[in-house]
Write a protein that binds this ligand. Structure first.
Ligand SMILES: *[C@@H]1O[C@H](CO)[C@@H](O)[C@H](O)[C@H]1NC(C)=O
Ligand SMILES: *[C@@H]1O[C@H](CO)[C@@H](O)[C@H](O)[C@H]1NC(C)=O
Ligand SMILES: *[C@@H]1O[C@H](CO)[C@@H](O)[C@H](O)[C@H]1NC(C)=O
Ligand SMILES: *[C@@H]1O[C@H](CO)[C@@H](O)[C@H](O)[C@H]1NC(C)=O
Ligand SMILES: *[C@@H]1O[C@H](CO)[C@@H](O)[C@H](O)[C@H]1NC(C)=O
Length: 438
């Protein structure tokens, strides 16, 4: 009985709605004809530009206040950290909810000092969000060697300073040797044995960035030639090489990892291999590739379409002029691992479910943007911003917000955002990549 009644009531209601029956306000539009545009069902977003409030070199003691929000600090304060992270202490009001930390300064990493150089790393232990990739910053004095080794992950590298001579041998017994310089790359597929040695082209040797295609990679857990042989019975070693055991009198009792060496000539040749040379080089001279100029900067994109062997890492080297911005975009399926080379950047990660968090980055910082998170990279400094976007994939991909909105019916854009016809007509159908300055 009760059920029958409620069903009848609901039917009546639907009939009334369908007929566009007038309610107390006779001008209320009907559902079927002129439903109000979506954008008018909620109040418009605030006009507050929500700019960053100070910079690392600002001559102030930062205060966690934005407009009428916040209050001064009464307790202890690490002013240097707060100066570098304005958007942590005084976030834009557009930030919301809980987005995990996406910033790791290499300067907070424990450094491994060796005779001949050093190495420090970022991996999932220090930045749990970064599950897909890990990074190492390594320094080799002229002649110093990062010893012969291999690992379970692919290794991609970008040279900051100096020249590095790399060697490798593949599973078919084909060999490779080359010397590369600043802005150049190398890539070794998982398990391929290789070495790195700084030349003396620069008296200081070399420094570079390594990126590995696994977030839990540890530079302290690679397979080293010396570590292995110091853990194999000597009789087995002698048998393996069919030699007298005394031939191996001098092998180290433990790993060398990084150690000094005599600088190799740049044109050093590998022994002739009966199997020949590797078909595709393990290095790529990105420094020789002209950057694509953009309205707000430039970009070089390098993935396996150019650097054939680099099947698990794709990258973009991006410059952004002061006031310009890497446009609002996302990468459909790939996490982004960033390294900041120069300048000052601001990034907001939009994580869906209304969650957003803004981060500030300086040279030497690692950043991380999970797949599909909407983001931008704004140059908030007075000098060129230069950074690397790195992805665990064979092919670079992104979706540009502006390109998307320019290639769908304008009415649809208007219905969502209430933009003027003029604004919609001005949307560029070509990916801008880096826009501005305004
Ligand atoms: C009827 O609704 C319209 C649109 O919401 C509004 O502008 C108008 O003031 C309302 N009129 C009355 C009499 O409530
Ligand atoms: C191995 O080397 C030792 C020391 O040089 C030598 O005494 C010995 O005769 C050698 N053995 C063989 C089988 O060559
Ligand atoms: C650099 O190394 C090469 C090869 O060992 C050597 O011939 C050259 O003298 C070295 N140059 C300097 C400046 O040390
Ligand atoms: C840029 O210059 C302005 C004006 O000199 C200064 O206040 C600001 O701190 C500078 N920004 C950075 C990131 O250095
Ligand atoms: C759109 O962008 C392209 C590439 O940046 C530029 O050449 C072109 O002038 C832009 N078109 C308009 C209408 O702004």
């Amino acid at each position: 009985m009760a059920k029958g009644l409620s069903t009848a009531l609901i039917s009546l209601l639907f009939a009334a709605i369908a007929a566009g029956a007038p309610t107390s306000n006779s001008t209320t539009p009907t559902v079927t004809s002129t439903a109000p545009p979506e954008y008018s069902t909620v109040p418009p977003a605030s006009d507050d530009p929500n700019n960053v409030l100070w910079f690392p070199d600002s001559d102030i003691t930062p205060v966690p206040e934005r407009g009428s929000l916040g209050a001064s600090v009464l307790g202890p304060q690490n002013v240097q950290i707060d100066l570098m992270n304005a958007d942590f202490l005084a976030p834009p009001t557009t930030d919301n909810g809980d987005v995990p930390n996406a910033k790791w300064p290499m300067g907070l990493s424990h450094n491994r000092l060796q005779t001949g150089g050093w190495a420090r790393q970022q991996n999932i232990e220090v930045l749990p969000l970064a599950t897909e990739m890990a990074g190492v910053n390594m320094r080799l004095e002229a002649g110093a060697i990062r010893e012969l080794h291999w690992h379970k992950t692919g290794e991609w590298a970008y040279i900051f300073k100096g020249n590095v001579q790399v060697t490798a041998v593949n599973t078919d017994g084909q060999n490779f040797i080359n010397t590369v310089g600043p802005g150049d790359l190398w890539y070794f597929p998982a398990g391929i044995p290789h070495s790195l040695q700084a030349t003396n082209d620069s008296a200081d040797g070399a420094e570079f960035l390594l990126v590995f295609d696994a977030g839990d990679f540890s530079e302290d857990a690679t397979f080293l030639l010396t570590d292995w042989l110091s853990h194999v019975p000597k009789g087995v070693i002698a048998k393996n090489f069919q030699t007298n055991i005394s031939a191996f009198d001098k092998i180290p009792s433990k790993e060398l990892y990084i150690f000094p060496g005599v600088p190799p000539p740049d044109n050093q040749q590998a022994p002739q291999s009966p199997q020949g040379k590797v078909p595709n080089p393990y290095t790529y001279s990105l420094s020789q590739v002209p950057a694509t100029p953009l309205s707000g900067g430039s970009v070089k994109i390098v993935d396996s379409t150019l650097f054939t062997v680099s099947t698990t890492i794709a990258a973009a080297e991006v410059t952004v002029e002061p006031g310009a911005m890497r446009e609002l975009h996302w990468h459909p399926t790939q996490d982004e691992w960033d390294f900041f080379l120069e300048g000052n950047a601001r990034i907001t990660l939009f994580a869906s479910t209304s969650d957003a968090r803004t981060f500030d980055f300086q040279a030497g910082d690692v950043g991380y943007v999970p797949a599909s998170y909407g983001h931008y990279v704004e140059n908030i400094g007075n000098t060129t911003l230069k950074f690397l976007e790195i992805f665990r994939t064979d092919k670079y991909q992104d979706v540009s917000l502006q390109q998307w909105l320019s290639l769908i019916p304008p009415e649809l854009v208007k219905a969502h955002l209430g933009l003027s016809d003029e604004t919609i007509a001005g949307l560029n159908k070509t990916k801008q990549v880096v826009v501005g300055p305004a």
